[in-house]
Structure formats: C-alpha cells, structure tokens
Design a protein around this ligand. Structure first.
Ligand SMILES: Nc1nc2c(ncn2[C@@H]2O[C@H](COP(=O)(O)OP(=O)(O)OP(=O)(O)O)[C@@H](O)[C@H]2O)c(=O)[nH]1
Length: 529
C-alpha cells in the first residue's frame, strides 16, 4: 500500500516537475507543424523537373557454387553446386501518381542475385528496382544498349491525332513478365505491360530529329556509336575542353555538375527511343546479369584439386572460375523527358489569362496572378461533355526568344508537342492604356514563330484563337481589328474572369478535338503592318 502511494506520489512529482516543459513541447510541436505546412509550397509553386539524367544498372548475377557431395560410393565427390541467381532488372513504370522527376535518384541499381549453394540450390533472383515516372515520359539514350523499345515514334513526326497508345508494334509482340523473369518486387498486374529489352542489332533504325543530327558532335557532349549502323566503335567522351577517358568519368562529371539546366548542353544522344504514354506501362532499361554456373553445370571441366572425375586438360582453372562468376548487369545512361499529354494546349504570352481560362472551363484551380510567369508548370484540366471528355493543358507563358531559353525558356515547349489542338490565348488589353504589351496579332505572330523555331511544324495542328479580356475598355475595337488581321481560324471573344464566351469556346474545342473541324493557323494568314 505504502509502495503504491509512493509510486503515485513520485509520478505526480515527475508530472509537476516538467509541466511547463510538457506544455512547451506541445505548443512547440503544433507551431512547428503549422510552420512546416506554410513552408510546404503548393505543388504548382515547386520547380518542375521535367528533364532528368538517369544512370541505371541491372544487378550482377550471383556466383555459382563449387561443391561436391562425397559418399562411400563416390569418393571423389559428385558435383552438387547450384547456379548463381540472376540479377534484378531496373524497370521504368509510368504512373499517374507522379507528376515530374523530382522524386528520382540519378543512380539506380537493381539488387544482385544470390550465390548458388550446395545440394544444387540455385541462388535467389536479385530484386528488381521499379522506378515510377510520369505518364508522358520520353526516353533518350545517351550510352548503353537500347532499352526495350519496340516502336519508335518521334514526337516531331507524330500525326497530332495519332497519340501513341502503346509502345509495341504489330510485328513485335510484347513479352509479358513471366513469373520467372519478373519476380522480386514486380507486382504481377495483368494490365501492366512489361517489355523486354532489345539488342542494338534488333533495334529498329532511328530517324534524325530536327534538333540534333545523328553523328554530329556537339562542343559539350558525348559521341557514341552510330546506332543506325549498329556498330559499337568510335566512342569518345567529350566534356567541354577535356576529353574524358571513360563513360564513368563522363557520368560523374555530368551528374555532379549542378543544375538540370545544364542538361541543355545537348549531348549526342538517340532521341525518343521509347515513350511511356499510358499508365502502368513498364520498360526494362537495365537487365540483370546471368548467374554463374555451379559445379553441377561445370561437369566435364577441370576443377581445382582434381576433384572432378572427368578431367579435361584443355579447360583451365581460370576458365572455370570465370564461368562460375555471375555476369555483371547491363548499364545504361538515359535522359528522361516529360511531355504532357493533353488534347488541347493553351498557348499564350505571360499574363494573357490562360490559367484563369482553364479554371473557367474546367474544375482545375490553377494559380492566377497579375504578374508574369505565375504558372511554373503545366496545369491540366478536364472538360466534360455529355459523351466526351477533353484534357486541356495550361502551358507556362511564352515570350519572344523562348526558344533561346528566354523567360521560362523552351522547357515547356515540349509539352505542346503532344497536344492535338492549340488554343492561342491572346490578351486584347495588353497594348491598351499605354501598357507595354504587344497587340494581339503581334502576340499571335510571336507565339507561332516560337513554336516553329523550337520544332518545325509544331504549330501545324488544328487551332483556334481565344481573344481574352474582352471586358476591358477599348478591347472591343481591338477585337474587331484582330478579326480583320487574322484569317483561317475561329476567333472567340472571351472574358475568362466572368466566364463569358466560355460555352461557345468549349463547343468549338470539342469539334476540333473530335475532328469535325480542322482549321489551322498559318503565319502568312496574319496581317502585320
Ligand atoms: N479583365 C480581365 N482580366 C483577366 C481576364 N482573365 C484573366 N485576367 C487577369 O489577368 C491576370 C493574369 O491571369 P493568369 O490567368 O494568371 O494569366 P496566365 O496567362 O496564366 O499567366 P502566366 O502564368 O504568367 O502564364 C490575372 O490578374 C487575371 O485576373 C479577363 O477575362 N478579364
């Protein structure tokens, strides 16, 4: 009884002793949480990483086991050493759960296979490493074997209506993961497509892109073997002035050399070797090495100490040791690039009202501000019709010289590549009341020029013009002049803030996306003084 009282008393004392501390801790932790909450910027404010350099290495194969079971009847021993396990693969999987590459690591290695053991036990298979990437990821190959591309569709050559739905061609059936091949951490979902890698020889020939010509050496970059010829020679690594002696040196130089912007120092690479355009698609980018042979498989070869019964004098100990060692996993250096997939791309100068318009047309809640470059990443919204749904992407504002990396640069122009329809959002009031902006027809000319500078033919897709801010004083007259100066496409007067003209615009977008209409905007259809 006395003891119990003593315990309670001492407990009370301890509570009394630290009452303030306890309260302090509580209040401190809650304020910390609120501080942290405020510190966490909304997703739109965070810098989007839509280009990423990745070095992937498949797991090495496990070593085979040298083991002999001796018995009264087999004094020299019967081989019973198992084979080493296969190394794990590095797999890219497209997922809607990730928006950009900010969660990725530059180096990804799959696990090594387990060593074989006696009693003919095969080593365990190394676990695969699955890297989740956003839907719309394009893969460019810098060094290594081509990842498992089966169909190569360069975005620049894509028909705008023909957004690739799968990466496999009719000629090449997809090899789905079998239990043996894709064990480890890979979940066996029936919808997931797992496509095996191909060797250089099997790879289809690549076309040149208009940005980098094949075989062209850039001042900063790496020249790798010509893929078209399938030859592996002529490899040199150039990093600025210095020539790097190995790919490792090049990789460490490039990976440690600061920001993602430096990726713009274009390296010689194979563009768009594969694209992940649907959620759940998988591609093996680095394969695990095969396990080494165990003594069971090595019967007939010389083994050390003359333990084997059949001695073949031609096979040396070194050969056997090398056969027993697991093979290294393949290694690859890639550049991943994100290209949003949307039916409609809203293109316009900063502050034209693209985000406001997206919010007016859909349930999206993009950030709106009366300053340029409020939008730092493409926002997606969904327009729902009775029988139809259209995805709209609000692309960050473009300015003159964007293709030369001015403003937010050309980083976002690539997001336009995969849109079917372009909606040019113009600010009718940009040059009114002494504002320093451009009149809408000049905005239009500059926008088309930027798109074409970035990639020829980028503006050559069904388009319409949104003449925004019609509510502003004097905007009606500007709109009339715009209609006289721009021909060949529909022009919609809209007040995005008040949602005026939005239903008509939505109906027109539906027709363009559905293919009922296909007006295209040409540079020579714009009259400028
Ligand atoms: N008067 C008027 N103002 C508008 C209209 N639409 C947008 N604005 C204003 O224009 C400013 C810019 O709007 P945003 O939607 O952020 O423009 P944005 O094109 O997305 O801008 P960036 O993010 O820089 O590309 C905001 O202050 C909006 O309130 C409109 O129809 N009428």
């Amino acid at each position: 009884m006395f003891l119990r009282f003593g315990k309670i008393f001492s407990h009370l004392k301890s509570v009394e002793k630290y009452p303030r501390t306890t309260w302090y801790v509580q209040s401190c932790s809650s304020s910390d949480i609120s501080k942290e909450r405020t510190k966490l910027a909304p997703i739109q404010e965070r810098r989007m990483i839509d280009r990423f350099r990745l070095v992937a290495k498949g797991g090495d194969g496990g070593n085979g086991c040298e083991s002999f079971r001796r018995s009264r009847h087999a004094r020299r021993g019967v081989p019973d050493g198992g084979k080493g396990g296969r190394g794990g693969d590095v797999i890219l999987e497209s997922s809607r759960a990730v928006w950009d590459f900010s969660g990725l690591q530059h180096h990804v290695n799959a696990k090594r296979g387990g060593n074989g053991s006696s009693k003919n036990m095969i080593g365990s298979r190394g676990a695969d490493k699955i890297v989740q990437v956003p839907v719309g990821t394009a893969i460019h190959l810098v060094q290594g074997e081509l990842p498992s591309t089966v169909e190569i569709n360069l975005s620049s050559t894509l028909d705008p209506w023909d957004i690739p739905t799968s990466m496999h061609s009719e000629h090449e059936p997809i090899q789905h993961c079998s239990n043996n091949d894709c064990a480890g951490s890979v979940s066996e979902e029936p919808t997931n497509q797992c496509i095996q890698s191909k060797t250089n020889e099997q790879a289809p020939k690549l076309k040149n892109t208009n940005r980098i010509k094949q075989g062209q050496t850039k001042p900063y970059g790496v020249t790798i073997s010509k893929y078209n010829s399938g030859l592996e020679e002529e490899v040199s690594f150039v990093d600025g002035e210095n020539e790097c002696s190995s790919i490792e040196e090049f990789k460490t130089e490039t990976l440690t050399s600061g920001s993602e912007d430096e990726l713009d120092e274009e390296v010689e690479m194979q563009y768009d070797v594969a694209e992940l355009t649907e959620p759940g698609q998988r591609i093996i980018i680095a394969q695990g090495g095969e396990g080494g042979l165990g003594s069971v498989a090595l019967v007939g070869t010389t083994v050390s100490m003359g333990k084997n019964m059949n001695i073949d004098s031609e096979t040396s100990d070194d050969d056997v040791t090398s056969q027993r060692a697991g093979l290294p996993g393949s290694e690859i250096l890639l550049v991943l690039e994100l290209k949003s997939i949307a039916d409609v791309g809203l293109v316009g100068m900063p502050n034209a009202g693209k985000s406001t318009l997206l919010g007016a047309m859909s349930r999206a809640k993009p950030r709106v501000g009366d300053y340029a470059f409020t939008t730092l990443r493409p926002n997606l919204g969904n327009l729902t019709y009775d029988d139809f749904s259209v995805t709209v992407a609000d692309i960050p504002g473009l300015i003159t010289g964007a293709h030369e990396n001015r403003g937010l640069g050309h980083a976002f122009l690539r997001h336009i590549e995969r849109t079917k329809v372009l909606a040019y959002v113009l600010d009718l009031a940009a040059a009114l009341d002494g504002k320093k902006g451009l009149p809408p027809w000049k905005q239009l000319r500059d926008l088309i020029t930027e798109l074409e500078f970035y990639s020829e033919g980028l503006s050559n897709r069904p388009s319409l013009v949104v003449a925004n801010k019609i509510d502003e004083a004097g905007a009606e007259d500007v709109f009339k002049e715009l209609k006289q100066r721009v021909h060949g496409v529909q022009i919609f007067p809209v007040c995005a803030v008040l949602q005026e003209g939005v239903p008509e615009l939505k109906a027109a977008l539906k027709k363009l996306v559905g293919g009922e209409e296909s007006h295209k905007l040409k540079l020579d259809a714009i009259v400028i003084d």
